[in-house]
Write a protein that binds this ligand. Structure first.
Ligand code: FAD
Length: 504
């Protein structure tokens, strides 16, 4: 079945030619595969490529676009649009840096989206059916479904497997608000099809997806109202970190409807009208478009999971153990379909766990992975490991070290002092158990702390890592210095003083 990606232009035609070629010839199935993978997003692609590279016979089934959410309707398009919106942010901030910009800042939304489509099409060759075919993977385009204990069917063709992997991902949750369906709304699946910027935009949900897109659209010209059930945006993040981003949103003119419960949506001559209850009273907001970013639901339907005894939950997805094995020992799962960490890099590394466990009797575990993440607002929030609340719940005593960017020379020079590096260590030692960074490029900076955690490098040793001056990442070394200073107890100080007196 041919797939259309809107708008119909040369970029999207190239995208489709790569990731769902209309003239794709389904391969002749092998008598039996080492691995049949259902879903060609990050988790499925990495599993298939890795397994084939090791010599396994692999079939990969994708019903829509290879590359999944990340390439087509997630990370890639959103980061392209965010990049353009950051230029607007920079120009607006230029005055504070002593640069006068004459005339209005006029983002060309059509050009922004065209640039995005061009980059997405360019990147799509990495995930193309042709490339995977060349890697030795049998690529089947169609709906995959378990039909027997060792059989998956696609377009009426039965594929027999020794092991199978479910990598069918997740999709946007549709909130049950009366009138919302009738009024019509966008999700991440349709928002990147836009060619004109909505004049007034309601964003439902202030999690990472909602916040990233709310800020981007605001900067690109929309009047944005962000509706959230929580008391502050990004409420799963460190509260201090979320507070900084929330202040930036308010400064940029994003209207926040917090603790808001949407009661109904209706169409009027003037647009789509959202009604909600808030602790401050009822609120009525009229917009041109509504974007829903209110959580993700796993794609479990139509897979025939019951037929093969794979347990699942409609909210949490396919149930897996720490080795990513489902309740059917021959079937594994990876990525958004089964994990609470819904990120591309998490899906990627989960796929590597699956390859080793499914094909080589490995005993790799998901819990052994240290998975950082980043929300690409401006400033960004990046995090790895435990939050303070996690440590408290798990009864892990911690010490917290914090360096605000208002005390970091480079951040002052950059005019980016709203942020911090916060590191949690096990109480009394320097083992890093978690960290949060709020900074323009926090996603780049968190890697140093993830490396330290992965390699078992303590916070004290980070103090001896030489960072170029002046960089914002110096804040990490400075947090290490803060830790080392705590070692200078009165007793150690007395000993040093005695030694210096003696050697004077
Ligand atoms: C707007 C947005 C921005 C994001 N930004 C980031 C980011 O910056 N960084 C980050 O790390 N993550 C980001 N993510 C999350 C990231 O996209 C996902 O975590 C990642 O795509 C998960 O990969 P996956 O392989 O598990 O699932 P998916 O990418 O969803 O792939 C699953 C695939 O399975 C296919 N499929 C489903 N059912 C069947 C079936 N029965 N038969 C055949 N095929 C089937 C689907 O068509 C899909 O292609 C973002 C997500 C969104 C929505």
């Amino acid at each position: 079945m041919a797939v259309d990606v809107l708008p119909n232009d040369a970029h999207n035609a190239l995208l489709v030619a790569n990731v769902h070629p209309p003239d794709w010839r389904q391969p002749n199935p092998a008598p039996r595969y080492n691995l049949v993978v259902i879903g060609g997003g990050t988790a499925g692609l990495v599993t298939a490529a890795g397994a084939a590279g090791l010599g396994a016979r692999v079939a990969l089934i994708e019903r829509h676009l290879l590359g999944g959410d990340c390439l087509n309707v997630g990370c890639v398009p959103s980061k392209c649009v965010i990049r353009s919106s950051r230029v607007v942010g920079d120009i607006r901030a230029a005055g504070a840096l002593g640069v006068r910009v004459n005339g209005a800042v006029e983002p060309d939304f059509g050009a922004v989206m065209k640039r995005m489509r061009g980059i997405r099409a360019r990147i799509s060759r990495h995930d193309s059916a042709e490339r995977f075919n060349g890697l030795g993977v049998d690529v089947f385009l169609g709906d995959g479904r378990f039909t027997g204990p060792d059989t998956v069917e696609v377009n009426g063709t039965a594929l027999r497997f020794k092991k199978a992997v479910i990598a069918t991902g997740a999709r946007a949750h549709h909130p049950m608000v009366p009138g919302l369906d009738e009024a019509g709304f966008l999700t991440n699946e349709t928002v990147f099809e836009l060619t004109e910027c909505p004049r007034r935009l309601a964003v439902i949900g202030a999690g990472p997806i909602g916040c990233e897109l709310a800020q981007a659209f605001r900067r690109l010209g929309s009047e944005v109202t962000l509706f959230h059930t929580g008391g502050h945006i990004l409420n799963r993040e460190d509260a201090d970190a979320a507070g900084i981003v929330q202040r930036a949103f308010v400064d940029e003119g994003i209207h926040l409807a917090l603790d808001a419960r949407l009661t109904r949506v209706e169409r009027s001559a003037d647009g789509k009208v959202l009604h909600c209850d808030t602790p401050r009273g009822p609120l009525r907001v009229v917009v041109d478009e509504i974007l829903v970013g209110a959580g993700r639901v796993p794609n479990v339907d139509g897979l025939g999971l019951e037929a093969v005894g794979v347990a699942y939950d409609r909210k949490a997805g396919v149930t897996v153990n720490d080795r990513l094995q489902t309740s059917n020992p021959r079937i594994y799962a990876a990525g958004d379909i089964c994990m609470s960490e819904k990120f591309t890099h998490a899906a990627d590394f989960a796929a590597r766990v699956v390859i080793q466990n499914a094909l080589f009797l490995g005993r790799k575990t998901l819990s052994a992975l240290t998975i950082p993440w980043c929300t690409y607002t401006d400033p960004e929030i990046a995090h790895v490991g435990l939050y303070e609340r996690d440590a408290e719940t798990r009864g892990i005593p911690i010490d917290t070290y914090l360096r605000p960017f208002s005390e970091v020379d480079r951040a002052l020079a950059d005019g980016e002092e709203d942020g911090f590096v916060k590191v949690h260590v096990r109480k009394g030692g320097d083992k890093i158990v978690g960290a949060t960074i709020v900074a323009r490029h926090a996603g780049e900076m968190i890697n140093e702390l993830t490396l330290a955690m992965t390699a078992g490098v303590g916070l004290g040793r980070l103090a001896s890592v030489i960072h170029p001056y002046p960089t914002q990442a110096e804040a990490i070394r400075q947090v290490g210095d803060m830790f080392n200073r705590t070692r200078l107890t009165p007793k150690v100080k007395r000993l040093f003083a005695a030694w210096l007196r003696w050697t004077r």
